[in-house]
Write a protein that binds this ligand. Structure first.
Ligand code: HEM
Length: 201
């Protein structure tokens, strides 16, 4: 007999989708933000716009950091439904590895951004208001800011690579293996037919 179909809890799904959307958008926002900065150096955009655009990036990044820490805390206190028994051992290992790495970048990328911002000369005005993010105790030198900025920028690529692996695996299970794995994380996707009764519980 196959194991019962179990969805993730509503809180786990909410954390998953809110962070997934925000973090993916942030990578493209980060690249766009650098274009805006270059346009300001070319005299096409005022520097006050650049400052506002950067402050929204930093504010959203800090929100992602807080959400990710809350998600990690919540995850450590709640056991998720077990991975589907239809997964091969190497698939289980890969899934756990990608999930672990995601927690690393969800927390590491914004901290690296905070370090970069702390090394730079501009204050981080949260919500573009008078509320200022404290600086982390890091060297305020151009060299260090450049190094931290490169590592922070690289974390954007790590996020996209992990996302490719994660989404690719989810789609393979949904459309090739048809084992209903995707339905575990999406409330409105029906459970696989063989498990319909379990989903109604
Ligand atoms: C998950 C959250 C975050 C993601 C995915 C992200 C992503 C990015 C990306 C893709 C860039 C462009 C890098 C490049 O093209 O070189 C960037 C730049 C930057 N980010 Fe973030 N970021 C996040 C959070 C933060 C936070 C929390 C802060 C500060 C409090 C921050 C501060 C910066 C700064 C200062 C830059 C400019 C770096 C430079 O010019 O070298 N970021 N970010």
């Amino acid at each position: 007999m196959s194991a019962p179909f179990q969805r993730y809890s509503t809180i786990a799904m909410a954390f998953h989708w809110i962070i997934a959307i925000l973090i993916t958008a942030m990578v493209f926002y980060g690249w766009w933000m650098e274009d805006i900065r270059d346009q300001a150096f070319a005299g096409e955009v005022p520097f006050t716009t650049v400052e506002a655009v950067y402050n929204w990036h930093k504010t959203t990044g800090i929100a992602i950091l807080l959400l990710s820490l809350a998600r990690l805390g919540w995850r450590l206190m709640h056991t998720p439904p077990p991975l589907s028994p239809t997964l091969k051992p190497y698939e289980k290992l890969a899934a756990h590895g990608v999930h672990f790495a995601f927690y690393g970048v969800m927390i590491g990328a914004p901290i690296m951004g905070w370090i970069t911002a702390s090394a730079g000369q501009f204050p981080t005005k949260l919500f573009n208001s008078a509320l200022t993010l404290p600086r982390l105790p890091v060297p305020q030198t151009e060299g260090f800011e450049e190094l931290a900025g490169s590592l922070h920028g690289a974390s954007g690529w790590v996020i996209l690579i992990l996302l490719g692996l994660h989404v690719g695996a989810a789609l393979k299970h949904q459309f090739l293996d048809k084992d209903g794995n995707l339905a575990r994380m999406i409330p409105f996707v029906p459970a696989p037919k063989t498990h319909a009764a379990d989903d109604e519980r």
